[in-house]
Design a protein around this ligand. Structure first.
Ligand SMILES: [Zn+2]
Length: 277
């Protein structure tokens, strides 16, 4: 058995390639992704250090890799006034294309909700000041998340809620705020993702993007399952196939549309060749 390959170039808008689980074989991971149709990736920054590491990785990549700069709600406790200037410096680089990830995660509350909110609001302020796209995270915090976004909606730059896992009504509240939606392999999870199969077709084509969130959220229906359970960007085509089935469209069309949206959203520079195989 082998994994799905996309004939159309894909963009993985959320890959945590700065994560230390990729330290030993990052080059091979990037090469495998390209061989499976992933032409470009946006590396997620989730702390000051990982945002810097992500920017360094993207810098050497000739427009194949880009990065975000932000502090994940889990790490909001580490957010300080100095963080803003670190992130702001990174965002002056042309390959650092979004503020985030930022948002709220009340599932684990590694940082207290009030601390998360403060960090989230500072990220919003920064994105508004720079008019940079926002890469957002929300788990078990929908109402507070929506309320905070509503308070700044008139100034909000383009924003994507990555790894959407919510309900139909939550989806439509996000769409009413003009959010883009990122779909991961959560949609492949027969225990907790089946509702996404029913609603993914309701996301307007010009607002849907795809991502792996690697090394997290390994699609549960991969065959064979990788022994180390680590998710990789190479599985993005598998996720696209699942979205295509669920929304009754050819996978090539979903690939084309999500790539067009991602390149416009993050304003990605064109690449010389679509995939390195
Ligand atoms: Zn996230």
């Amino acid at each position: 058995m082998s994994y799905a390959i996309s004939a159309e170039p894909l963009v993985d808008i959320g890959a945590n390639l700065a994560h230390d689980s990729f330290d030993a074989d990052r080059e091979q991971v990037i090469h495998r992704a390209a061989a499976h149709g992933v032409a470009q990736m946006v590396i997620t920054g989730s702390t000051e250090d990982s945002s810097e590491k992500a920017a360094r990785l993207a810098q050497q990549s000739e427009h194949k890799l880009f990065s975000t700069a932000g502090i994940h709600p889990h790490h909001a406790v580490d957010f300080s006034v100095q963080s803003v200037s670190v992130l702001k410096d990174l965002l002056t680089l042309s390959h650092v294309v979004a503020v985030g990830e930022t948002g709220l995660d009340f599932f684990r509350n590694y940082s207290a909700p009030s601390v998360q909110q403060k960090s989230f609001e500072a990220h919003l302020e920064l994105a508004i000041e720079l008019q940079a796209p926002l890469f957002l995270h929300c788990r078990d915090a929908h109402q507070r998340f929506i309320d905070i976004l509503k308070s700044v909606v008139d100034h909000l730059p383009p924003a994507v809620l990555h790894c959407f896992t919510g309900s139909r009504s939550e989806l439509h509240e996000c769409l009413e705020l003009d959010l883009h939606i990122g779909v991961t392999g959560w949609i492949c999870d027969e225990r907790r993702g089946t509702h996404l199969l029913e609603i993914v077709g309701e996301i307007p084509k010009d607002r849907l993007m795809v991502e792996t969130d690697a090394p997290y959220i390994l699609p549960r229906d991969l065959d064979p399952k990788p022994k180390d359970r680590r998710n990789e960007p190479m599985y993005l085509a598998h996720i696209v196939n699942r979205i295509a089935q669920a929304s009754g469209q050819p996978a090539s069309l979903v690939a084309q549309q999500t790539t067009t949206v991602a390149r416009r959203f993050f304003n990605l520079a064109p690449i010389k060749q679509e995939a390195l195989s």
